[in-house]
Write a protein that binds this ligand. Structure first.
Ligand code: BG6
Length: 510
């Protein structure tokens, strides 16, 4: 195992250590970090869970996950053996004091062996219902006392609505100082999402036109082809607005709309993001049906295969009224963005897997070209592809070759795969590294989570008061309910067809 002597000794405790998140994301990411010298010399993982499982059986299962999901999975068994001897299992009840006493004892023992105090990270990879309880037990056991050295990592969902988010944040704050709380939104760990800051603020080119004077509207799309898979039970209590918009899409909105930061300090960046959320124009409950569209997929076809409807999925009641699609029109009321619509949409069982942000620029103020020249003319557009394509495409007008002046849109493209020899790390690798390194820049602060809930509460309230009577209202494999187009058409706008970098490359090769 490769380690780093730059980092302080570390005890990484995972509550839910035998669960799916640990298997699929956390252990592969920690293994990848170990292969790139990014874990300390003195490092120990304590997996805490209720299930009866021997240490060897746990390691075996975790090895399967690593083989399947880690980027450096192809490395020899030697590397795994080196890494896995740092994994220990603590079987215990999450709500039993004895578990925490045992944990505390193990931490003290390790520190004695190492002859040094260790950073203690407590990762909540448990069902959300336990988020509020484990932190209190940790605090009572004195495990949160060292502000500099102990931190807690909480997965989304952070609450079910504003009230429960406030309650959870209060509970967390009861045991941990805000600087010790790392709330994960895995979108922030994606390279392409982090690149939004680099693109906007490391280049002088775009910032001068990144405002209401030049931008007509912005669309943010996070489309998934998959349905709810095996998560019907959880998802049916959440829906698209809570599962995706409150966190991932709001983060993207913040990064696109925020003001330039003054420094790269974690709180400075997070302050600028919170400012955006505070500037979002409140949606009055009676206007929700004008600004927000909800949908649920019925059966349909994707990639030539028939897919079942949401109500037929495992764990979903046959009369479910949970939305699997949401689209919103938002405004950011500040000098930069006044009256520029931001359209957000996300859904499951859409035709393509694609996440992208499109900045649609205004038309030129005066069109001097002859009418015949502008038949194919389109305003300039910048598309930031988050996934699966990773890159940026700038569409602008060029003169079509020939004797006459004819304008035609062309694409200029940046593709991660071509520009950088190394593949982008998995989001969890970046985020876990930041937790170990105590850098909270990519994590959600309490006030940000609460501000995002505040924006969405009128929508949730309106939807609760008037449940849908037309679900399912889009077929699997389509771009959501018809009303989604209406949101933009009312303003003379349209959703852009998603960019495919490969296609753009082919076109520019011609
Ligand atoms: C999760 C949601 O936060 O993000 C899932 O709970 C969703 O429903 C997933 O599928 C999407 O993440 P990604 O990284 O695959 O875009």
């Amino acid at each position: 195992m490769e380690t780093s002597d730059r980092l302080e000794p570390n005890i990484f405790v995972i509550f839910g250590g035998a669960g799916d998140l640990t298997w699929r994301k956390l252990m592969p990411a920690l293994f990848d970090l170990s292969q790139s010298h990014n874990i300390p010399d003195h490092f120990s993982i304590i997996a805490v869970d209720r299930v009866e499982l021997g240490e060897d059986a746990l390691r075996k299962r975790l090895h399967e996950g690593v083989r399947k999901f880690a980027r450096s999975a192809k490395t020899a068994v030697k590397e795994w053996n080196g890494f896995s001897r740092h994994i220990h299992y603590l079987q215990g009840d999450f709500k039993g004091k004895a578990t925490y006493a045992e944990l505390s004892g193990q931490c003290t023992k390790l520190e004695k062996e190492w002859g040094a105090k260790a950073q203690r990270i407590f990762y909540m990879a448990t069902p959300p219902s336990l988020f509020g309880e484990i932190p209190s037990f940790l605090a009572h056991a004195g495990l949160a006392a060292d502000r500099e050295r102990s931190r807690i990592v909480v997965e989304k969902p952070i609450g079910y609505d504003l009230e429960s988010a406030l309650a959870l944040n209060r509970t967390l704050a009861g045991g941990f100082h805000e600087s010790q709380i790392f709330r994960i939104d895995h979108y922030l760990g994606k390279e392409t999402v982090q690149n939004i800051l680099a693109f906007r603020f490391a280049n002088p080119l775009f910032e001068p036109i990144w405002n209401r004077r030049y931008v007509d509207y912005v669309t943010i799309t996070v489309a998934e082809q998959v349905g709810v898979e095996h998560r019907g039970g959880y998802y049916d209590g959440a829906g698209a607005l809570r599962d995706m918009v409150q966190n991932h899409l709001m983060q993207l909105l913040c990064l696109v709309a925020m003001e330039p930061m003054v420094s790269f300090d974690a709180d400075e960046i997070r302050n600028k993001k919170v400012d955006v959320l505070h500037s979002v124009r409140p949606i009055p409950e009676e206007m929700v049906h004008h600004c927000v569209v909800r949908g649920q997929y019925g059966e349909g076809w994707i990639g030539g295969k028939k897919v079942r409807g949401y109500r037929e999925e495992d764990g979903v009641p046959p009369d479910s009224r949970t939305e699997t699609f949401a689209a919103l029109r938002l405004f950011v009321d500040n000098w930069r963005w006044q009256d520029v619509p931001f359209y957000l949409r996300t859904g499951k069982r859409l035709p393509r897997e694609v996440s992208e942000i499109a900045i649609q620029f205004r038309a030129v103020p005066h069109q001097a070209f002859p009418t015949e020249a502008t038949l194919n003319w389109q305003p300039a557009r910048l598309v930031m592809s988050i996934q699966p394509d990773e890159g940026i495409v700038l569409r602008f007008q060029a003169k079509h070759p020939g004797p006459k002046m004819m304008l035609q849109p062309v694409d200029m493209r940046f593709d991660y795969r071509e520009s950088f020899a190394t593949p982008s790390p998995e989001a969890y690798v970046t985020l876990l590294w930041d937790v170990i390194d105590n850098d909270a820049t990519l994590f959600m602060r309490a006030d940000q989570v609460e501000a995002a809930w505040r924006i969405l509460m009128p929508v949730l309230d309106a939807w609760k008061a008037g449940p849908p009577n037309d679900f399912p209202n889009y077929a699997g494999g389509t771009w959501g309910p018809d009303a989604t187009q209406g949101l933009l058409v009312q303003q003379g706008h349209s959703w852009p067809a998603p960019v495919e970098l490969e296609e753009v490359r082919k076109c520019s090769d011609v």
